[in-house]
Design a protein around this ligand. Structure first.
Ligand SMILES: Cc1cc2nc3c(=O)[nH]c(=O)nc-3n(C[C@H](O)[C@H](O)[C@H](O)COP(=O)(O)OP(=O)(O)OC[C@H]3O[C@@H](n4cnc5c(N)ncnc54)[C@H](O)[C@@H]3O)c2cc1C
Length: 482
């Protein structure tokens, strides 16, 4: 059988995951795979960019070093931007004038940061003024780190996940950091007003100043930024200004290829665009009117697309994702699923507040089933709640019993370490005792650490604690922990 040529446009987290799923289905026997990445790095864990601000190297967050591609016969074109696909001639055109033939193509072009039109933000050539930064790539993060000076000051625009992560990383470097958030609540997509108060208190305890209910209208400084002007007219002095106020799907190459785009590249349940042989996954894809900005839906999309492309399961369909987020943001545990506020009079709201411990839990119950939950400060019950939410199982009549149900108690006794693959402490310790004494061995045996990778440090610690072999075994098992 002749092998088809598969072109993957973009080499971010979606492309990396799609490659894993394809390799798992022995796709390299069916396709000659070529990956085009605007960035020069092998696929890396964007979620861990805060570590780059903190001083880590790109290698330390890289999920696929260049050898990974070569070892599997995948051709990786680093630093090569695809400008458009000619879907009729089946040729990918790159910015440097090259043409690469393909039979099947996948857009995995991700998102770009939104740069708001603030007074004085850009110089004559349209570039952000010195001292202003976006936060999306390794290079952005390295620039932020190079500019960060202890005892300097930074304003971060945006109090969502990215803004709080950037703020924490800068605060840890010794800067005076203020987060400015237009909404009244930090992370207002994931948490309600009261949860936001708990989150804010924890963020402030970490040393970060927070201004909510106000935005930025401009910046001060001739050649470089010296301050940020707020909607209130107040000026916050700042040596650095980090923009973390939203993302937009990258659809330029798809548009230039004549592939239909709304907010994102429009795909159906097979992740197919209306152009034959052209697919899209990840943050650039719009499915059923939704674009996603976190990895769990992207992992689900990659599984389906790999099934479709390889024929492993031609009936596989992506039906959308019920959003469940569990994060540690600026050092604070936050979990959120479904709605964060009641939407009808019949919705029941259960709130459990532990002021002293900084813990907040909220359930929204509709027709006896979990319609949403917000947890701040402690999230051990999140996986069990997510199962109720996902399966739409009836909740116990006394709703508070949810928090002491066998599922939740089991989760508290044996907490999840790898949230991406739901691998628990007990499973990992069992595998270590059975002889897995390096991270790669443990990942192969349990799949832990092969998702976003942010649990690898915790897994390494477990190996050190529970391995019968020396501590060195854990450290030499891999050159890096995410
Ligand atoms: C700081 C930060 C923290 C985050 N934290 C979390 C978290 O805790 N949990 C969570 O679930 N998610 C988190 N996310 C979101 C997560 O990183 C994204 O959902 C994920 O990276 C999206 O994967 P993607 O492949 O679609 O896009 P990306 O990872 O952005 O990859 C797209 C790649 O395509 C390249 N590209 C674009 N156009 C072209 C072209 N025409 N030709 C060639 N290459 C091209 C881009 O340069 C980029 O390298 C975070 C994101 C950031 C920035």
């Amino acid at each position: 059988m002749t092998r088809k040529r598969l072109a993957i446009v973009g080499n971010g987290m979606a492309a990396g995951r799609l490659l894993d799923e394809l390799v798992r289905r022995t796709a390299t026997a069916l396709f000659d795979i070529a990956v085009f990445g605007e960035e020069v790095h092998g696929s890396y864990n964007r979620i861990l960019l805060g570590r780059i601000i903190g001083g880590a190297t790109a290698d330390e967050i890289t999920l696929k070093p260049r050898a990974w591609y070569a070892d599997r016969g995948v051709v990786f074109h680093p630093g090569k931007l695809v400008t458009r696909l000619d879907a009729t001639a089946r040729v990918a055109h790159t910015r440097d004038g090259e043409q690469h033939p393909f039979d099947v193509a996948v857009f995995a072009t991700g998102s770009k940061p939104i740069v708001p039109p603030l007074d004085g933000l850009t110089t004559g050539d349209g570039k952000p003024k010195a001292g202003a930064f976006v936060y999306r790539t390794v290079e952005d993060s390295e620039q932020i780190r190079r500019a960060a000076r202890p005892a300097g000051s930074a304003v971060v625009l945006g109090g969502g996940l990215l803004g709080l992560e950037a703020a924490k990383a800068l605060c840890d470097l010794g800067l005076h950091v203020t987060v400015v958030q237009r909404a009244d609540t930090l992370m207002n997509v994931q948490v309600d007003a009261l949860g936001g108060r708990f989150l804010r208190a924890a963020v402030e305890r970490a040393g970060i100043f927070v201004r909510t209910g106000t935005g930025a209208v401009g910046v001060r400084g001739e050649d470089r930024i010296t301050g940020v002007v707020l909607t209130t007219g107040e000026i916050l002095p700042a040596d650095m200004f980090v923009l973390a106020c939203g993302i937009r799907p990258r659809v330029d190459a798809a548009e230039a290829s004549g592939v239909p785009v709304r907010t994102g590249i429009v795909v159906n349940d097979l992740l197919a665009t209306s152009v034959p042989g052209v697919f899209a996954v990840g943050e650039c894809a719009e499915h059923d009117g939704k674009v996603y900005g976190v990895v769990p839906p992207i992992w689900a999309q990659c599984e389906v697309l790999a099934d479709i492309l390889t024929g492993a399961n031609p009936q596989a369909r992506y039906r959308g994702s019920k959003l469940y987020t569990r994060l540690k943001v600026a050092g604070v545990e936050v979990a959120s699923m479904g709605v964060v506020e009641p939407t009808t009079d019949a919705d029941e709201v259960i709130q459990v507040i532990e002021d002293r411990r900084g813990i907040y839990r909220k359930l929204i119950v509709r027709d006896g089933k979990l319609a949403g939950a917000v947890l701040v400060g402690e999230t051990d019950s999140a996986p069990a709640l997510a199962r109720w939410f996902d399966r739409a199982d009836p909740l116990p009549p006394n709703r508070l019993d949810v928090f002491c149900s066998p599922d939740v108690l089991a989760a508290a006794a044996d907490p999840e370490i790898c949230n991406c693959h739901h691998v628990t402490h007990g499973t990992l310790v069992g595998a270590i005792r059975d002889g897995c004494t390096t991270l790669p061995q443990l990942s192969a045996a349990t799949t832990a650490g092969t998702g976003c990778g942010s649990c690898r440090g915790a897994i390494a610690k477990l190996i050190l604690q529970h391995s019968p072999r020396t501590a060195d075994a854990a450290v030499t098992g891999t050159g890096r922990y995410g």
